[in-house]
Ligand binder design. Structure first.
Ligand SMILES: [Zn+2]
Length: 139
C-alpha cells in the first residue's frame, strides 16, 4: 500500500467549498445554484470534522457575507457609473444592485462560511494525512 500522502492544493478546495481540514469532503449538501435548499453537512463526510465549531458559530459568517455584499454594492455602483458615463438616475443603481445582490446571495452565503472556516478559525488547519483515500473518520 502506498503510504505517501500528496497534499491537495488549497485553491480548488476553497473554490469547491471542501472541508478545510482534509480538503476532500463537501461542506454543502447541494450545488450553489441548484433547486434544493442550501443545506450544509453537519460533519465532513471524509474526515468527520464538525463544521459548526460551537453553537451559533455561523452568526459570524453573516457579518462576513454582509461585508461581501457591501463590497459588491460599491463595486457595482462604480461599474454602473463608469459604464453609463456617470448616470444620475438612482433607480438604475437600485435596480441593478438589488438584482445582482439577490443573484449573488447564494454565493455570499456559501463563501462567507468558507472564508470563516479557512481563514478565521483558530486551530483549524489542513492536515494532509487526513486527505488520503484510506483515511477513515471512524475511531
Ligand atoms: Zn474533512
Amino acid at each position: 500500500m502506498n503510504k505517501q500522502v500528496i497534499p491537495l492544493p488549497a485553491m480548488p478546495a476553497i473554490m469547491h467549498a471542501r472541508c478545510p481540514r482534509c480538503r476532500r469532503g463537501e461542506m454543502f449538501t447541494a450545488p450553489m445554484y441548484g433547486l434544493k435548499s442550501q443545506g450544509m453537512n453537519k460533519t465532513c463526510p471524509h474526515c468527520g470534522l464538525t463544521f459548526e465549531r460551537e453553537p451559533g458559530y455561523f452568526y459570524v459568517s453573516m457579518l462576513i457575507s454582509y461585508a461581501m455584499f457591501v463590497a459588491e454594492m460599491i463595486g457595482l455602483a462604480v461599474a454602473i457609473s463608469v459604464l453609463t458615463g456617470g448616470s444620475k438616475n438612482p433607480w438604475l443603481y437600485i435596480s441593478v444592485i438589488l438584482t445582482i445582490g439577490v443573484v449573488l446571495s447564494p454565493f455570499n452565503f456559501r463563501y462567507s462560511r468558507v472564508i470563516l472556516l479557512y481563514w478565521l478559525t483558530p486551530g483549524l488547519h489542513y492536515r494532509p494525512e487526513m486527505s488520503g483515500d484510506n483515511y477513515s473518520s471512524n475511531k
